[in-house]
Design a binder for this molecule. Structure first.
Ligand SMILES: NC(=O)c1ccc[n+]([C@@H]2O[C@H](COP(=O)([O-])OP(=O)(O)OC[C@H]3O[C@@H](n4cnc5c(N)ncnc54)[C@H](O)[C@@H]3O)[C@@H](O)[C@H]2O)c1
Length: 435
């Protein structure tokens, strides 16, 4: 099939390269000239395991190409995939559909015959109707608008995309259903995990999934705070609760609050959709409030440990990306921790295996960046672990203790063993485990 993918971010680039790998002829479009220039040379602008090889193989095979020209990409395409950003709008938390609208206009102008326009971006219920109206205003050709929400996880995006748990497809007609079934058939050969439904249900499914995961995290974060107050250990509680097959063990890890480009904006957008429909999604709004509180926990603990003032203190942060194996810092909890530490007067030194260029670009001199994890901890009065990259798990604590000014550790992800650290003479705090 001939595909055009609009937007080459985490979703568009992975989807474009993934579809090309299954033999489709894929043209990816982005407005960002520099990004497209780099991609043409096989240079990957994001950190995502396995993506560089996938893109280069398919570039070399001539199945994947990159352009800034939407019209050229859409010309003759059977399927046009929208993978542009849908950020949170500043004022009311709604999804900002500026990029979707603009892309829909460009697509409408560029159509040369029938195509299925597929929204992979996360968009509020009703957006397919909006896209249909915009495209219809620009073209005389027939087209169909479908929803195909993306469930990939940053950090494991290629695997998720190539071996999806399920493919959700929302369609308004049989022609679009047939096209999308054919497109996804090679991805789901072992068993049929393509779920075809109406467009609105597909649009809502994506928000329901993200909201469910966000609620689980906020729920456990809240219980972790309670566990501390009542003298319980959240790690024991987590394992026992997760052993119930009705609940399952995933997404129950307490931490410094969730961030990233999806959960925070998607739960706000869902709450906004609900309010627009005349109701309040109480559970979802509470998950958001609990997360705002949780993001302040780590910074507050460091401040309290030093008596409320961090002037003259050097504090190290390990892990700046919103989660391991990505360079994405959108809404990262580390940004809140950094702001809170700075506000209390600290000098902050950070290290992250992938996200440092982005942190530098966003906060400039507000943080000193170190070339490796131990260099960040040198002469530090405390170390705060915010993101659980693998290399931090096996830290050499003796070396760490040697380089630090004071052996004080705040483990924001409960990755270390409290007894080991305390045994080595560290003052150790984590989340939800009464000391
Ligand atoms: N990042 C994730 O893990 C993830 C997972 C599932 C779904 N989603 C959803 O997918 C969508 C895209 O997310 P992302 O993280 O890939 O976004 P992103 O911000 O990384 O990338 C979006 C890209 O689209 C480009 N763009 C914007 N308007 C364009 C236009 N008119 N024509 C061509 N290119 C255009 C931008 O330049 C940018 O490179 C969002 O709706 C997001 O919620 C993201």
């Amino acid at each position: 099939m001939r595909l055009a993918v609009i937007g080459t971010g985490y979703v568009g680039l992975v989807a474009g390269a993934g579809f090309a790998d299954f033999g489709n002829d894929v043209v990816c479009v982005d407005l960002d000239d520099d990004r497209i220039r780099r991609l043409r040379q096989g240079e990957i602008p994001i950190h995502e395991p396995g993506l560089a090889e996938l893109v280069r193989d398919n570039l070399d095979a001539g199945r994947l190409s990159f352009t800034t020209d939407t019209a050229a990409a859409v010309k003759g395409a059977d399927v046009v995939i929208l993978a542009v950003g849908t950020p949170m709008s500043e004022h009311d938390g709604a999804a900002d559909l500026r990029f979707v609208d603009a892309a829909a206009r460009d697509i409408g102008r560029a159509l040369t015959g029938f195509a299925v326009i597929v929204t992979k971006s996360t968009v509020p219920v009703g957006t397919a109707d909006r896209i249909r109206a915009i495209v219809a205003g620009e073209t005389k050709h027939e087209f169909s608008v479908a929803s195909n929400p993306e469930f990939l996880k940053e950090g494991d995006a290629v695997n998720d995309f190539m071996k999806p748990d399920r493919v959700v497809v929302g369609v308004a007609d049989e022609r679009a259903a047939k096209t999308l079934r054919a497109l996804y058939a090679p991805f789901v050969r072992t068993n049929d995990r393509i779920m075809v439904m109406d467009v609105r249900s597909a649009e809502l499914t994506k928000y329901a999934s993200n909201a469910m995961l966000a609620v689980r995290i906020s729920f456990m974060n809240e219980l972790a705070l309670l566990a501390e107050r009542v003298g319980a250990d959240i790690e024991r509680v987590r394992k026992a609760v997760g052993a119930d097959p009705r609940i399952g063990p995933k997404f129950l890890f307490p931490g410094p609050g969730f961030g990233g480009s999806c959960f925070p904006k998607d739960i706000r957008a869902l709450a906004h959709t609900a309010r627009g429909a005349g109701m309040v999604v109480e559970v979802v709004e509470a998950a958001d409030r609990a997360n705002q509180r949780q993001k302040k926990v780590l910074g507050g603990r460091v401040r309290d440990h030093f008596g409320g003032d961090l002037t003259g203190k050097r504090i190290a942060i390990w892990g700046l990306a919103f989660k391991p194996e990505t360079d994405d810092i959108r809404e990262a909890p580390a940004l809140t921790v950094l702001a809170d530490l700075r506000e209390a007067g600290a000098h902050v030194v950070g290290y992250d295996p992938a996200a440092m260029p982005y942190i530098k670009a966003q906060v400039g001199d507000a943080i000193e960046l170190a070339p490796n994890m131990y260099a960040a901890a040198e002469r530090a009065d405390a170390l705060v672990l915010v993101t659980e990259w693998k290399q931090f798990r096996g830290a050499d604590f003796r070396r760490l203790k040697d380089v630090m000014a004071q052996p004080v550790v705040f483990d924001g992800r409960n990755i270390w063993d409290p007894d080991t650290l305390r045994g080595l003479g560290f003052t150790y705090q984590c989340i939800g485990r009464a000391a």
